[in-house]
Design a binder for this molecule. Sequence first.
Ligand code: FAD
Length: 461
Amino acid sequence: MKTIGDRKFISADEIKHTTRLGMGACRGKRCIKRLKTTLAPKGIQIVGDATPRGPLSNQVSMGELYPKDVPETYITGVNGKKARIEKIPVLIAGGGMAGSSLFRYMADAGLKPVLLNFGRGASWRNIAGGRTAFSLPEIAEIAEMNHKIFQDLHAYSNIDYRPINYVNFAHDEKTLKALEASMAWSDAFMIEPKDFQKEISPFMNPKLSTYIAAQITRGCWQATPGKTIDLLRKMGIAKGGTIKEDCELISIHKNGNGFVALVRDHDKSYVEYHADNFVNALGPTGEKYTRQLGIYTGIYPVKHQAFITRRLPWMGVNGDPLGMLIDRRNYKGFVAVYGQQLAETGQIIGCASPAVDPREADKNLKYNSQDFIEIASEVFSGWIPQLSSVGFQAVWAGYYVEPRMFIDTKHGLFTGLRGQGFMLSMGLAKMYVDELTGKPVPEYFKRLSLEGDGLPEKAFK
Ligand SMILES: Cc1cc2nc3c(=O)[nH]c(=O)nc-3n(C[C@H](O)[C@H](O)[C@H](O)COP(=O)(O)OP(=O)(O)OC[C@H]3O[C@@H](n4cnc5c(N)ncnc54)[C@H](O)[C@@H]3O)c2cc1C
């Protein structure tokens, strides 16, 4: 402690070592704040911050970290209360679009699946679009199969399905060529800027000079994700499946030919599921659990922001809702800005893909960067100037899982669905169950396995 004149000063670091003050050693900022208040009336001021030491000893050896063939032990109960054990044929972990689709088809096949879900992932945060416009013919084929499933589902019960057009703007020759090539396997046509008002929306900006052409793909669609998931789950339950909502997978390990999954139930009790089959459909957190089974996929979450406007009259051609419009420029930190008008409410729902994927990957879901709102406003009001006076109803974020899909019956994987999981999950789940039950699947399905290349869509992500 220093004394200057009649004033006394003590450094935050000194506080950690002093017991004279009768407060014990203390590092936390809150403690220091409390000390400041206590000491001020005594004429003592605290200066500077605490400077905690770097750790001088780590009580862990390399062998404990790698190789890691001994699973962690979880102590689940106090007073000797043990987790109850349930034997089941199939456990699906994760109940988003992926897990719920699998649930439906597994129940259809008589597999009596149990589906666990805890929280709400990208499946409740996406912008509800389905397209057949892909630069890979195999993905376009899977998308077409999904489109049919969406139609059938809607005929069974309302999911707000509606066919729409996808409008891909070409801002340079390279994009134009990729779009032209995809027309070999898509129901699409190309238009010039002079026809934008006639073919896209009568409200399109006549002065727009950003694009050299636009490709319009028919056979695309929208539907409400929440309604779709609920319906898939209902169908699965009707065929003998069980949903365990608000139930968290804690750990998973192999036991002979089967699996042991420790699960925290919604009443905070623990259940140990002994399952013959296990599928990881956990979205962004999938990797944590595949590693517990010794599988390394290398998937990672990428934050994607989205917005929805207030209600609007339908703004497309012939008084229809506006289709999905997509700008694929690498511009101001984003590589695509896109959005469509929801027929049910007239709201425009949109999204932007960040150019530097991992940059924002670890940010909080509630965080919405100003960059995103700015680019969305610039691009959308560039297309339709009248939109500049329309308010945002909400802005939010969710996670895409990159860099590739893993759909693999041998390893129990249904993850990595990128920006296409709402539109593709049902068809992929059907193929998964077909392969599992010995039915034929397309040749390209094996490219989605751990050993395959994941059918990587690069040009039209
Ligand atoms: C802003 C945005 C817009 C998008 N737009 C589109 C679009 O227009 N069209 C399209 O096709 N795709 C779109 N996507 C992508 C699509 O939403 C995803 O590909 C899809 O939802 C992935 O589904 P999933 O079931 O794999 O993952 P998720 O939806 O994340 O489901 C995984 C589930 O597992 C749960 N979970 C996690 N950990 C545990 C645990 N330990 N125990 C139990 N449960 C757990 C999660 O809470 C979650 O409910 C968009 C995504 C975002 C973020």
